[in-house]
Design a protein around this ligand. Structure first.
Ligand SMILES: *[C@@H]1O[C@H](CO)[C@@H](O)[C@H](O)[C@H]1NC(C)=O
Ligand SMILES: *[C@@H]1O[C@H](CO)[C@@H](O)[C@H](O)[C@H]1NC(C)=O
Ligand SMILES: *[C@@H]1O[C@H](CO)[C@@H](O)[C@H](O)[C@H]1NC(C)=O
Ligand SMILES: *[C@@H]1O[C@H](CO)[C@@H](O)[C@H](O)[C@H]1NC(C)=O
Ligand SMILES: *[C@@H]1O[C@H](CO)[C@@H](O)[C@H](O)[C@H]1NC(C)=O
Ligand SMILES: *[C@@H]1O[C@H](CO)[C@@H](O)[C@H](O)[C@H]1NC(C)=O
Ligand SMILES: *[C@@H]1O[C@H](CO)[C@@H](O)[C@H](O)[C@H]1NC(C)=O
Ligand SMILES: *[C@@H]1O[C@H](CO)[C@@H](O)[C@H](O)[C@H]1NC(C)=O
Ligand SMILES: *[C@@H]1O[C@H](CO)[C@@H](O)[C@H](O)[C@H]1NC(C)=O
Ligand SMILES: *[C@@H]1O[C@H](CO)[C@@H](O)[C@H](O)[C@H]1NC(C)=O
Length: 876
């Protein structure tokens, strides 16, 4: 028997092994890859079946002999761990692209075996916590994209050293150890794209950056780089994009910049650069120029008016002076201009909207003068028109109120006069109408009620006359209605109480409204602030106030309301500010038998100048929790008010801040903003009788207490010494007897004391704050003696120990601490110090989203950095 021949089998075996051997091996690798990854995108792997040729698989490319050269699977919603050990067995692999997926786990060292790679993109994945693997063997690389790969540890400078052919390098958004700019990178002279933002680079930009002459895109943003921008940057004449924002660069803009005539995107915001912009005069191709938050000064070069491609100009928070260029951007396809918070003077540029593309114009907080040009009515695309806090005057030209696309108009804090014209009805998109603190006159046009998109009407502090048009109740999404301090008259429309479910602020104070307050407040309303002070309102309090369960601020002061104390307000558990002063309220307060917790959030209570009788409301004092608990530690003090944020844009606005007038030392002081730690009780000028309850001593964070001009009797309770935050105490014009408690010297914040016109006797306590009070604090009493009065106390004075000389120290530290009396006046009492009230509106602007497409998906935090980060003259 002969043995069966063996060679046919061998032949057959070799047949499988040779040409398709690579194929089957590559297939195995791809199948391994497929099984390692998951995706919600069913299309990705649907073609990855063994019946298809691997070169026909989605995302796979081959060379002529069918070996795999490219795997391109970016943006495919892939999750899982990348099996690099397999992938790098692909002998011909030149391109590996997995950017913008959700891959996790470590990137394995096997990457070093992908030696033929020319293109590697693993950016924007969820890799975490590992160092850059050894990749110096990938010397063929031309594109290396490892942005946002979760690398930590040392920066891989050495690894890139031998990649001399590198054209594009992106390593941004990795938390590397802080390191200086690498010399190795400076040798990669073929680089065109260099993205190194947000990867902890410190120190200066080396002069040798000028060697990288091919660079078109250089991004060093979000590092901690310091020093001057080197002149040599002027050698990079091919630059198209230069991002230097959010670093600590100092000095002037280098002379070389004028060479960069191809530059289109230039952002050096958020640095400490100074000097003027003359170096930018020749950069006529600029499309986006952002330089906000620096220390730049001087005038804006007139040439900027000829930058015909400029779309985006943002230069707020610098110290520029002089006029804005006459033709600023009048020819440009401008979208976005922000020159706010500088010292610009002169007129606003006259023809801003020739191209009809501008959508944001912000010039707030400068000293711009003159009228708003009539040509602005052509700005039909304008969405944000923000020129508040300037010195603008004259009428608003027809067409501005009614800009068809405008969402936000803020012209507040100017000297603008004239009427609000009825063309406002054309402003079909208007949401925020902010025009307070001007000299607007005429009537509120009925046409305003056709602007049903409005959420905020702020026309306070003007000279508007006439009545509130009843039709205003058509504006049913209204959240803020502030028309305080005008010359409006007539009755308050009945519908105001219930027309808008969204209304949170209704401020009609300081007008001539008459009649009664409408009793129409609806159940479930959102009202947080109701201010009717300084009008001629009469009658009873409306019982429907009881439905305002969100109410925090209620100010009805200075009217003629004739009612008993509304004990039923006890149900308004959110009430923080209650002002009923100077009305015709009468009868007793509190001290009834109802049990429970009430007024426990109240911080400002002013019932002065009424005809209340009976005892002081002891049981209310017991409940004023907000004046007892010091939660300064728990919550940052903040100003009471409303802020509002646009959903789909980059503008944030603080829209309304509560204010209140308090009486301090006989002076009415308007607190333009109410800090949540401000507390006061004013029950003066009523007919209260009886003693001052000891329990007042529990209100340990009370700042002002005024019980003057009543008929109070008995001693001054020594418990008042526990009011350790008290800054002003007025008990004058009562019938108080006995001595001044010695313990009151513990009130180290006390800056104002009035005990005059009582029947007090004995020695005046000495030392600490008491050394600062003058005669008039003690006038007209029965028998007070000692400093500062001229009558001596005789022997008594010796028995009273003079406190330590420490008072001087105490005094200093309390004023230095920022919460002393002066701080109250300056910090909160902005009404008098008008200029300081200017922080009224905070305007923050981020880069428009549409610009992102130019850049590799960067997002920027435009938050203003804290002032204290650096010396220098940053303004507030
Ligand atoms: C990725 O997922 C998101 C939603 O999770 C989806 O909108 C997107 O279209 C997906 N992309 C692909 C390529 O399937
Ligand atoms: C790839 O697919 C196309 C049709 O989609 C087909 O004509 C071609 O033969 C396929 N190639 C291989 C190698 O399978
Ligand atoms: C770079 O190349 C040089 C010479 O080709 C070699 O000696 C050196 O080890 C390489 N450096 C790295 C980090 O691979
Ligand atoms: C740099 O680019 C030039 C021109 O594209 C090319 O000839 C040269 O080989 C590149 N240098 C390296 C080291 O790849
Ligand atoms: C900086 O990079 C970190 C990751 O290292 C990322 O979380 C952060 O969002 C980046 N910051 C900015 C401003 O892009
Ligand atoms: C810059 O330095 C500060 C402190 O030196 C550090 O807190 C911050 O994270 C650094 N920022 C970056 C982007 O490296
Ligand atoms: C850059 O931005 C980061 C993140 O917002 C911030 O922590 C850092 O202080 C900024 N650095 C500079 C110099 O502005
Ligand atoms: C501007 O570019 C020219 C070459 O085009 C170069 O000679 C000159 O030094 C550059 N100037 C500066 C200031 O960098
Ligand atoms: C702006 O361009 C106009 C016309 O091209 C020219 O006459 C004018 O001098 C230029 N202005 C500046 C400041 O360069
Ligand atoms: C406006 O001018 C006044 C008076 O010259 C000056 O005090 C103020 O700082 C200026 N304000 C701005 C924002 O330029």
């Amino acid at each position: 028997m002969s043995r069966p021949p063996i060679y046919p089998f061998i032949l057959l075996f070799c047949f499988f092994l040779l040409p398709s051997g690579i194929q089957s091996n590559d297939l195995q690798i791809l199948m391994k890859l497929k099984s390692a990854l998951q995706t919600s995108n069913t299309n990705v792997f649907s073609s990855w079946e063994s019946r298809n040729s691997i070169c026909n698989f989605t995302g796979i490319s081959c060379n002529s002999d069918d070996s795999i050269t490219e795997i391109e699977l970016s943006y495919q919603n892939l999750t899982g761990v990348l099996p690099l050990d397999s992938i790098c067995q692909l002998q011909s692999l030149e391109k590996l692209s997995f950017g913008f997926n959700y891959l996790h786990g470590p990137i394995m060292d096997d990457l070093k075996n992908c030696v033929k790679l020319q293109y590697l993109d693993l950016s924007n994945n969820l890799f975490t916590g590992w160092s850059v693997p050894e990749i110096s063997s990938l010397s063929q690389l031309r594109y290396l994209h490892l942005k946002l790969c979760g690398f930590s540890g040392a920066f891989p400078w050495k690894s890139v050293q031998n990649m001399t052919g590198l054209v594009s390098l992106s390593l941004g958004d990795n938390p590397f150890n802080p390191s200086p700019f690498s010399n190795e990178v400076l040798l990669l002279t073929n680089l065109t794209w260099l993205y190194l933002s947000n990867c902890s680079i410190q120190g200066t930009i080396p002069a040798e950056i000028g060697n990288l002459k091919e660079l078109t895109n250089l991004d060093l943003a979000y590092n901690n780089m310091t020093g001057k921008i080197p002149v040599e940057i002027g050698n990079l004449v091919n630059l198209w994009q230069l991002e230097l924002y959010n670093n600590s660069f100092t000095g002037k803009l280098p002379i070389g910049l004028r060479n960069l005539t191809k530059l289109e995107m230039f952002d050096f915001s958020n640095n400490y650069l100074e000097g003027d912009l003359s170096e930018l005069r020749f950069l006529t191709n600029l499309v986006s120029l952002q330089l906000y938050q620096n220390e730049l000064s001087g005038q804006v070069p007139a040439e900027f008016g000829n930058f015909t491609k400029l779309v985006n100009l943002s230069m707020y928070r610098n110290s520029f002076t002089g006029p804005l260029p006459h033709n600023l951007l009048s020819w440009a396809k401008t979208g976005f201009i922000d020159v706010s918070e500088n010292f610009f003077t002169g007129p606003v540029p006259p023809d801003m909207c020739k191209q009809g593309t501008l959508w944001l114009l912000a010039m707030l907080q400068n000293n711009l003068t003159g009228e708003i040009p009539a040509s602005y009515a052509n700005c039909s695309t304008l969405r944000f028109f923000v020129v508040n806090q300037n010195l603008l005057s004259g009428n608003i030209p027809i067409g501005i109120w009614g800009l068809p696309n405008v969402v936000h108009i803020d012209i507040s804090f100017n000297d603008i006069d004239g009427p609000i014209t009825s063309d406002i009805k054309n402003a079909k998109s208007l949401v925020y109408l902010v025009a307070g603190h001007n000299r607007l006159s005429g009537e509120l046009p009925t046409a305003i009620s056709e602007v049903t998109s409005l959420k905020s009407i702020q026309l306070n502090d003007n000279r508007l006359t006439g009545e509130i048009p009843y039709m205003i109740c058509n504006v049913s999404f209204l959240e803020i209605l502030d028309i305080a301090n005008n010359i409006l008259k007539g009755k308050i429309p009945q519908c105001l109480g219930n027309f808008s479910y969204y209304l949170r602020v209704m401020n009609l104070g300081m007008n001539n409204f008459e009649g009664t307050i409408p009793d129409t407040f609806a159940k479930g309303n959102q009202l947080r602030t109701i201010v009717f002070n300084d009008n001629n309102l009469r009658g009873l309090l409306p019982k429907s106030f009881i439905y305002c369960s969100n109410l925090e601020v209620l100010d009805l002061g200075n009217n003629m309301i004739n009612d008993l104390f509304p004990y039923w307000f006890e149900a308004l558990t959110n009430l923080q500010v209650l002002v009923l002063k100077s009305n015709k309220f009468h009868g007793p307060i509190g001290n009834h038998n109802t049990r429970g917790v009430f007024f426990f959030k109240l911080r400002i209570l002013d019932l002065s100048h009424n005809e209340f009788t009976g005892l002081l409301p002891r049981n209310y004092f017991e409940n004023f929790n907000a004046m007892m608990i010091n939660d300064e530690g728990r919550h940052e003090p903040h100003y009471m008010g409303e802020s509002s944020q646009y959903q789909d844009t980059m503008v944030v606005v603080v829209t309304y801040q509560d204010s209140v007038v308090v009486t301090m030392k006989g002076l009415e002081i308007k607190l333009q903003r109410i800090l949540t730690i401000f507390t006061t009780i004013d029950l003066s000028s009523n007919k209260f009788q009886g003693v001052i309850p000891e329990v007042l001593g529990r209100l340990t964070i009370l700042r002002l207490l005024n019980l003057s001009h009543n008929s109070l009797t008995g001693h001054i309770p020594s418990s008042l010494a526990k009011l350790s935050a008290l800054e002003s105490l007025d008990l004058s014009s009562n019938s108080l007897t006995g001595e001044i408690p010695l313990q009151l010297t513990d009130l180290t914040f006390l800056a104002m004391l009035n005990l005059s016109q009582n029947q007090l006797i004995g020695p005046i306590p000495r030392g600490k704050q008491f050394a600062t009070f003058e005669n008039n604090s003690y006038d007209r009493n029965l028998g007070l003696c000692g400093f500062p009065l001229s009558s001596k106390c005789g022997t008594n004075e010796l028995t009273q120990p003079a406190p330590p000389s420490a008072f001087q120290e105490d005094n200093d530290s309390l004023f230095a601490s920022g919460f002393g009396w002066k701080a109250v006046l300056i910090g909160y009492g902005c009404g008098l110090l008008f200029g300081l009230a200017m922080g009224y509106v905070v305007f923050k602007i981020r880069k428009p989203k549409w610009l992102v497409r130019f850049i590799e998906g960067k997002q920027k935090d435009k938050k203003r950095r804290p002032n204290n980060q650096r010396p220098g003259q940053r303004r507030n």
